[in-house]
Ligand binder design. Structure first.
Ligand code: GLC
Length: 458
């Protein structure tokens, strides 16, 4: 980088005509600031890119009846009045932030994102901006975000705050339910301005009180970038903390993409991305929803995600008393066992091989010289790997160390095309969920990516 800058400087200041010099100085200045901005953007995203696993927490009054968060009144499945009556049952009496932090940490997650306020407008912190909060209006009677943030930080976890831009309960917000709109901005810009003051004031409060590492916005679809004043909001958050990361749901003002529920089939364009996903079919706690994914299915999805360079933000929905449902505990514990055993193939890795080389997820060490193959099923025969030009130094089972032997077939000494690698997999030492093997190469992975041609000289 500094070498590049030096070369650039030499070019820009080659001759000494004053006018050209001034123009070149300006150009140089612009270039420097562009380069340093993008360097800073890279640096601030570093922990996020390395983290791979985060735990999403949807905790709110909807856990009382066990119904859809906010959407249940928006979609008119329950009246707004009855929805808010859930405030009376939101006790948080068994909320143990340290136990949450231990659980999240031992799952292998490096960060967590909690709903500070969902679309229902019920804040979990002690907001002074008005609106509804569990501090004043529920038996919980206290700020829940504050102890959450300090417990997570104490345990070395990065903290993200989910914040819904829409507030369907707030009187100056445009939308109330799917069928009731309070007003149009064009007809009453003053009313909209008072909403802007309220929501931006809440964000100032969150930054000041909790200084989150990440903001996870949601619900931007209801208004335009200009209506939300998204550019200004981003600038204000960064002014408070230049390192804060913002997700993509602030009308294009974010740092990373957020596909939801469905695993992408092709690699998302955005360099940084995060798949958010429920364990069953609900974000918040719903006792009736027992449609849980198995630990294997979640681990499989996780491997697919990191193979394409993304993060998984796996959701839990605590109950209204602050306990975490046993099914969710079981999944997190098993995930934790698996991530601990395979940590070298997960954290700080880069996305793996493009399709065609191996039929399964892969990752690469940061120096790209160790290739990790995730074996989705206990193989019946040798594992096949194609198009690797490197010499293989060693193959071993991750988390166990067993050395594996391999053979190469179809390699002609006079051809550049690499042979097909067959790796023998032992039947013992296989992980109950998914075994990972490490292939140590003689240098950064070098791939053969061509479609083949006639060889003119043998
Ligand atoms: C959707 C839903 C919301 C949920 C979020 C999580 O945007 O509106 O209920 O919190 O996804 O990604």
């Amino acid at each position: 980088m500094s070498l590049c800058l030096e070369k650039l400087k030499t070019y820009l200041f080659r001759d000494f005509n004053t006018f050209t010099m001034i123009r070149r100085y300006c150009l140089f200045g612009i270039l420097i600031s562009v380069l340093s901005c993008s360097l800073h953007a890279q640096e601030k995203m570093e922990w996020f890119g390395d983290a791979k696993l985060g735990i999403f927490i949807h905790w709110g009054i909807y856990a009382v009846n066990g119904i859809d968060e906010s959407w249940s009144f928006f979609n008119n499945y329950i009246s707004h009045e009855d929805y808010l009556r859930q405030l009376e049952g939101f006790t948080a009496e068994k909320f143990d932030p340290d136990a949450w932090a231990n659980l999240i940490k031992s799952s292998g997650a490096q960060y967590t994102v909690i709903t500070s306020k969902h679309h229902d407008g019920v804040a979990l912190w002690d907001t002074e901006m008005g609106g509804i909060s569990v501090v004043d209006q529920s038996p919980a009677g206290r700020d829940l975000i504050e102890p959450f943030v300090s417990a997570m930080r104490k345990n070395g976890l990065k903290v993200g705050l989910y914040y819904s831009l829409p507030d369907w309960s707030y009187d100056d917000y445009t939308h109330h339910t799917r069928t009731v709109k309070r007003y149009d901005i064009d007809d009453d810009p003053e009313r909209w301005n008072s909403f802007l003051e309220y929501y931006q004031g809440q964000l100032d409060e969150l930054s000041r009180k909790f200084d989150p590492d990440l903001y996870w916005f949601d619900g931007d679809w209801e208004h335009s970038e200009a209506e939300w004043e998204a550019v200004k909001v981003r600038a204000r958050l960064l002014e408070h903390n230049p390192n804060v990361i913002i997700n993509a749901r602030l009308k294009g003002q974010g740092d990373y993409a957020t596909p939801e529920q469905g695993v992408p089939i092709t690699r998302p364009e955005s360099k940084y991305w995060e798949l958010c996903m429920t364990m069953n079919d609900s974000w918040g706690y719903q006792g009736n929803d027992q449609n849980y994914k198995s630990p294997y299915q979640i681990i499989r999805i996780f491997a697919d995600v990191i193979s394409m360079g993304g993060n998984l933000l796996l959701d839990i929905g605590p109950k209204a008393d602050g306990t975490i449902p046993p099914e969710q505990l079981r999944i997190l514990n098993e995930l934790g066992r698996w991530t601990a055993r395979h940590k070298e193939a997960i954290y700080g890795t880069k996305s793996g091989l493009p399709q065609g080389h191996f039929y399964g997820p892969t990752t690469l060490s940061s120096a790209q010289s160790v290739l990790y193959l995730f074996l989705p099923h206990p193989p019946k025969g040798p594992v096949v790997l194609k198009g690797i030009k490197n010499k293989i130094n060693r193959i071993r089972v991750v988390g166990d160390g067993t050395k594996l032997s391999h053979t190469v077939i179809g390699k002609m000494y006079w051809s550049e095309i690499p042979g097909i690698i067959y790796i023998d997999i032992p039947t013992q030492n296989m992980d109950e969920q998914m075994t990972v093997i490490a292939i140590q190469l003689d240098g950064p992975v070098d791939l053969y990516r061509e479609d083949g041609q006639a060889i003119e000289s043998n």
